[in-house]
Design a protein around this ligand. Structure first.
Ligand code: IMP
Ligand code: MG
Length: 175
């Protein structure tokens, strides 16, 4: 992939507005008890860092790493937990923070794993919702930006581990 295949899709200002809105929605829905915010590494690390600063409810953060098998641009539905949570979530209000829901396989599996630990509530927050590409049922409780097709990079999102540091989100043409 070369640089001229990248086309600006969502600017950092537009992303920041959506993240601010998501923070307000999560704050509004969880006025009291402490939240456990779960960052799904690596793609959501920048989104997560911005999102938690937009939430006014007291919270703790924790991190999970999952690997979804498949090609660079497509997942298969086989998901392996590479790094698990350190905090116990039983009886607590938990929000999973994901970068993108695409086919839905990754999040469907992750959701079921966390649900078995008996949280009091379990919500899903995603920066990008590729709704029309769903292969299994997963609904985001909080969605930043909805889009149809296209492979995107930047603001934490990678192509073969690269471009995560770009401040804006770009679509890869002819990916
Ligand atoms: P799913 O299991 O098909 O929903 O895939 C979700 C995961 O695939 C996301 O967490 C991303 O890591 C990755 N992914 C899906 N679409 C894109 C994209 O357009 N750019 C970068 N990563 C993507
Ligand atoms: Mg990824």
């Amino acid at each position: 992939m070369n640089q001229d295949q990248l086309k600006l899709l969502f600017s950092k200002d537009y992303i920041a507005e959506q993240v601010e809105r998501l923070g307000q929605e999560i704050t509004r829905d969880h006025p009291g008890t402490e939240l456990v915010m779960v960052c799904i590494l690596k793609g959501s690390f920048l989104f997560f860092a911005d999102l938690v600063r937009a939430i006014e409810t007291p919270l703790v953060v924790d991190f999970m790493r999952v690997a979804s098998y498949g090609s660079e641009t497509q997942t298969s539905g086989i998901v392996e937990v590479r790094k698990d949570l350190e905090v116990a979530i039983a009886g607590r209000d938990v929000v999973i923070v994901e970068d993108i829901i695409d086919s839905g396989h990754t999040l469907r599996t992750l959701y079921n794993i966390l649900l078995q630990r008996n949280p009091r509530s379990l919500k899903i927050c995603t920066l990008i919702d590729k709704r029309s590409r769903r292969e299994v049922v997963v609904e985001a409780d909080y969605a930043g930006i909805t889009m149809d097709d296209g492979f995107i990079i930047g603001y934490g999102l990678d192509f073969d581990e690269r471009y995560r540091n770009l401040a804006d989100i770009f679509v890869v043409e002819n990916a």
